[in-house]
Every structure is written in C-alpha cells, then in structure tokens.
Design a protein around this ligand. Structure first.
Ligand code: PGA
Length: 253
C-alpha cells in the first residue's frame, strides 16, 4: 500500500474569516499534539502571527492562503514567500479556485507562486480542479491534467515531491455538494498518473494529494479511505473545532 508511505495532511482553509480575537478563540480549541496526521491551519495574513504564537508547543502548523512570486518590490498589497517564512508560516495554499475565479490567477502564476514558495522553504498546497460545466462536458481529465502539468512545469523531481496537490472540484467548494468518494479517488489517481508519466512512479507515489470541496465530519472517513486521497483541504468545516477534530480522527489519528 503506497498510501502508507505518504504523509496524510489535513489542512484547514479559513478563507476570509476570523478577526484576531475570534482567531485566538478557535486556535485555543484546535491545539492538539497529534503525531499521526499532519495538521495545518491556513489563516488570513492578519492572523498569521497570532496563529504561529497560538500553536506554539503543539503539532498544528500554520499556513497562508496565497503568496506572491517576486521576492520584493513594487507590488502593492502583495506578500512574499520570505515574509511568510520569517513570520513562521510553513505552508501556503496556491491557486485556490476562488483566486482563479475572482483574482485572475492563471496556471502560469500558480506555477510561479509554487516555485517561489518552494525556494523559500515553504510547503505549497497547489490547488487544481474542474468547473461544473467542464465535468458535464466530460473534460475533467483534460482540465485537471493541464492544471497539474502547467502548475508543476519546470520543477525538479525533488520539488514535485515536496509539493502537496489539492484536487478541489469547483462545483463542490462551499456548496455542500461533495464529490463521491469514487470521483475524488479517481481524480486524485489521475493526478498521480500525470506525475508518474512526467517524472516516475516513485515520484508520483511520494506526492501527497488531498481532496477538497465540502469535506465534513460526516463524509471525511469515506473520502480519506480512498487509496489516492492522502488528506483534505477543508474550508467551512475547519471553522468548527469539533468538526475539524472529527475529520482529523477520520484521517487516522
Ligand atoms: P469547503 O472549501 O470545504 O468549504 O467546500 C474547501 C476549500 O475551498 O478549500
């Protein structure tokens, strides 16, 4: 079972939620010392410092939700990978569908941001996933393959191994409509197949591939049991310590 060789990563994506005071409350409830599953909480930039301090001495790691690809310069409103690293973030979500949809993120910028994150020693969580009309048109495979290939373009095998990929069908995000375990498993398997072709089976077997999209306390166990699903990227349910805790347990903790 190659699944056992990979890191299981359960990551919460708080999106644009929680003031600092609210974040402090939730962080207290989320503190845990779980060593079987890698737990990450990706918070808004304004909560990074609070999260790094709040999770000190426990096993929960902190992530950001985006990063710019340049090291510094005239990019008003942007944050660099070195800035994230310095503050104590260890992970960063890149190319989330909300960024692709609302903020002009492209496969090319996803590629550049992912590279910048790796260069700074951050672990990127690179998101891919098809729109509903793309699934209905039968081109899921094409879309997800293209996003994976372009997102990883120019990476060494070592860089690919360090990159987490999150398969998030856009139609399942925040909609309460989850992909079936089979759909999630198939798409994650497809991504692994793309990596195997581009690099090797050994590289593909080492990459952590998450499912994301309305994962919750009720459906997590079934989704995470899929051979190619190595974790989850969780939005809504990560804002509840109780639900997030159940998902972490479902991941084998
Ligand atoms: P959701 O979001 O769990 O609320 O569907 C997942 C995500 O956007 O990463």
């Amino acid at each position: 079972m190659n699944k056992n060789l990979r890191k299981t990563v359960i990551a919460g994506n708080w999106k644009m939620n929680k003031t600092r005071r609210e974040a402090e409350e939730l962080i207290k409830q989320l503190r845990t010392n779980n060593t079987k599953v890698n737990i990450v909480v990706c918070v808004p930039y304004t909560n990074l410092q609070t999260a790094v301090e709040g999770f000190k001495g426990c096993s929960v790691k902190v992530g950001a939700q985006n990063v710019h690809f340049e090291k510094s310069g005239a990019f008003t409103g942007e944050i660099s990978a070195d800035m994230l690293k310095e503050i104590g973030a260890e992970y960063v979500i890149i190319g989330h569908s909300e960024r692709r949809q609302y903020f002009g993120e492209t496969d090319e910028t996803v590629n550049k941001r992912t590279k910048a994150a790796l260069d700074a020693g951050l672990i990127p969580i690179m998101c891919v996933g098809e729109l509903l009309d793309e699934r209905e048109a039968g081109i899921t495979e094409e879309v997800v393959s293209r996003q994976t290939k372009l997102g990883l373009a120019g990476f060494t095998a070592d860089e690919v191994k360090k990159t987490i990929i999150a398969y998030e069908p856009v139609w399942a995000i925040g909609t309460g409509r989850t992909a079936t375990a089979e759909q999630a498993g198939d798409a994650c398997g497809l991504i692994r197949g793309v990596i195997a072709k581009l690099y090797s089976k050994e590289v593909a077997d080492a990459v952590t591939i998450q499912y994301g999209g309305s994962m919750n306390a009720n459906n997590a166990a079934e989704l995470l049991a899929q051979e190619d699903v190595d974790g989850g990227l969780i939005g809504g349910a990560s804002l509840s310590a109780e639900d997030f805790g159940i998902i972490i347990k479902a991941a084998g903790a």
